[in-house]
Design a binder for this molecule. Structure first.
Ligand SMILES: Cc1ncc(COP(=O)(O)O)c(C=O)c1O
Length: 401
């Protein structure tokens, strides 16, 4: 029997009783309603940097909610938590002098960034710049803007007309991007790209690719949007993928790891150059969300970023990554997987065959990884212990043999 609950990205006819009911979490482990434990090797859904059950964040949220549970930040209001989290995010980004727009979901962040990019050009008298270049395998959420920006074709199908003016290029084909710019450069508002493509199968960029996009944007007056919803907040071993790859975007979207998922928070970082265009006296920015700057979400962000800083979790991603790479390299050497790819603490094991049955076996044995086509994605909390990484790898070995 199905219940009222209509699950996202799930078979709509699947009975509620067939889902795994997760009831508790601690560190990198989660527990179902039978008491069985699982290593959460995907950080829930690519977001749980600091691990589950961190009372520091829960206490900060609770204290905020006892004082003020919520109040909006549309003009003329503001709140301390929103100001503080925006400062902390900007300070850690390549744009310490930039501005931070806040929302709740990654999809809201992406749609906001697309709107900001187009309006930036309009305000500079270049209203014809509406095209956005997207990459195959790109994932940018499921609102209409993000759906249109996606390079995962099945996710774009079945919804009727999407947002017009998107052009797709092969995900690592810089020449194709150069051709699109040669043909349409004066009408391209922006390129949108994840630093490492996550939900599309964990594809790090080939050498020089993001640099190449930056150059094309500079040469043609277009903006570079890096969608840091997965890569942001330590996943690559730097605060942002932009810093990991040494590329400075004009706009950056973030969500997930900013609060480690304790409460929903997302946003867009605007470079100084972009934000200045909006700062003319009297101009009103006409976009935003009821929960933009929600104080409870914002204190969750402040507490999470403070924890990550105090515990050195950004550089710890490199240690976690080293352990995962050792394990995956051994699996490859033993012929159990075809190959692996990734950087920092985000990886894919390429099986060369449907990954879902293998994932099901691994899940049965108490490890959560995500099947994407023919690969299994691994993106654990940055606090995962070496023993827990060992359990992930040993379980994969047992199930792949
Ligand atoms: C790169 C990227 N952008 C946007 C999104 C959408 O975020 P949300 O699901 O919070 O709307 C995701 C979600 O996985 C993502 O990975």
């Amino acid at each position: 029997m199905t219940n009222a609950l209509f699950h996202p990205f799930a078979p709509a006819a699947k009975p509620e009783d067939d889902f795994i009911n997760i009831v508790r979490g601690e560190g990198s482990l989660v527990f179902d309603d039978s008491g069985k434990d699982y290593v959460d090797a995907l950080g829930s859904l690519w977001y749980c940097q600091v691990g589950h059950g961190r009372t520091e964040i829960v206490d900060a949220i609770s204290a905020q909610m006892r004082k003020l549970e919520s109040f909006n930040i549309f003009d003329p209001f503001t709140n301390e938590a929103a100001v503080r989290v925006a400062d902390m995010i900007a300070e850690r980004s390549p744009h310490p002098d930039g501005r931070v727009f806040l929302g709740s979901s990654g999809s809201e962040a992406v749609d906001s960034a697309l709107k900001i990019a187009r309006q930036y050009h309009q305000k500079r008298g270049d209203a014809d710049r509406q095209l956005v270049v997207r990459r195959t395998n790109g994932y940018h959420g499921t609102n209409f803007g993000g759906t249109s920006a996606q390079g995962i074709a099945p996710n774009r199908e079945g919804w009727g007309d999407l947002v017009p003016h998107f052009l797709e290029v092969g995900h690592d084909d810089l020449e194709a991007a150069a051709t699109v710019f040669a043909e349409h450069g004066d009408r391209i508002a922006a390129v949108i790209s994840e630093p490492v493509q996550g939900a599309g199968g964990v594809h790090p960029p080939i050498d020089g690719y993001l640099d190449g996009l930056r150059r094309l944007c500079d040469d043609h007056g277009s903006l570079l949007i890096l969608d840091e919803v997965i890569c942001g907040f330590g996943r690559t071993g730097e605060w942002f993928g932009a810093q990991h790859y040494g590329v400075t975007p004009d706009l950056m979207t973030f969500a997930k790891g900013v609060t480690s998922g304790y409460l929903p928070l997302s946003g867009v970082i605007l470079s100084r150059g972009v934000s200045e265009v909006f700062e003319e006296p009297g101009f009103i920015f006409r976009s935003g969300y009821t929960y933009s700057g929600h104080p409870a979400s914002c204190v969750a962000g402040v507490a999470n970023l403070q924890l990550m800083t105090d515990e050195g979790l950004v550089s710890r991603a490199n240690h976690v990554g080293e352990k995962i790479r050792e394990g995956l390299a051994a699996l490859e050497a033993d012929g159990l997987i075809e190959s692996w790819r990734g950087t920092g603490a985000i990886y894919a094991a390429e099986l060369g065959r449907d990954a879902i049955p293998v994932r099901n076996d691994i899940l049965q044995e108490g490890v959560i990884v995500r099947p994407i086509g023919t690969c299994l994605a691994i993106c654990p909390p940055l606090v995962i212990t070496d023993e827990e990484v060992g359990r992930v790898i040993d379980t994969m070995v047992a199930c792949l043999k």
